[in-house]
Design a protein around this ligand. Sequence first.
Ligand code: PEP
Ligand code: MN
Length: 339
Amino acid sequence: MSQAATDADLAEVVAQIELHGGQAFVSRGVTRTIVGVVGTEAVLETIDVSGMPGVADTKRITAPYKLVSAENHARRSTVRVGGVPIGPDTFTLIAGPCAVESPEQTVEAAGLAKRAGATLLRGGAYKPRSSPYAFQGLALDGLRILSEVRDEVGLPVVTEVLDVKDVDDVAEHADMLQIGTRNMQNFGLLQAVGAVGKPVLLKRGLSATYEEWLMAAEYIAQRGNLDIVLCERGIRSYEPAIRNLFDVSAVPMMQQLSHLPVIVDPSHAAGRRDLVVPLARAGIAAGADGVMVDVHPHPEQALVDGAQALSGAALDELAQVVITLPAMLGRTSAAHLAG
Ligand code: PEP
Ligand code: MN
């Protein structure tokens, strides 16, 4: 649809598609609204909406992921999270504790994140732990802490949702909902976050192919939400020295296949602090639209993922990288835009 299209124009287009037996999927992003049409060859041949008011263009998309495909997108999309852009012209740093542990720890971590140049705060209130005996997160109390810290520090919040039953609570408190690696193919959860009207950070599954990852994004888009950011966080390999294998190729590949922004999470890829900054550099050099890292005021006391959390010198080093490298590649830092 064109920028000037009205709701009535949109309704007419949907009605026309349905009249001919097609299915219409309306997906709204910040900068565009797309109507996906699905039907048999015979049905599609009878549908012609190209001359209708509000229609900018009609295109046939051959990729199995229709709404998130790069086909027929002259430019990659920008997603805005509480006003902060993530997209092809900017560079966005997201930082914060792996898990929200207390108000003090979260506000301290947010301060560290902001000083390092972050414009978005991450932090888990619901944690997907491999062991049922490990700290599972503060749940609703954690969401409340994140909300308070957002107001105090001024950074919009990204946080993970694990369960369909929590989607409304998380959407109420967060500016962006994270779908973690272990839930990349939890299709009911993808549909639920697709319907809730907040941007979504979709992490790559532990051993997901590019197509499986994009089909997961398509589940979200198909429910009406095009504000999706893809996050490469490493995939399973046979090497025990690193937690996961950071797939640098995923950055340019996903940017070729999809119009969605692509960021990297070197913390969860490496699982060890000494590799986080080198991998962040590699991701930025490969063209990532942003980086997400774990920071903690006292990593040795962290309840989750302390071994990979940045603080002190390593965080200062990341801050330097974030100032220099994206600018060399022609990107404006989101921190700079925020003033
Ligand atoms: C996280 O970001 O806190 C997390 C659990 O990441 P992943 O889903 O990539 O393991
Ligand atoms: Mn973690």
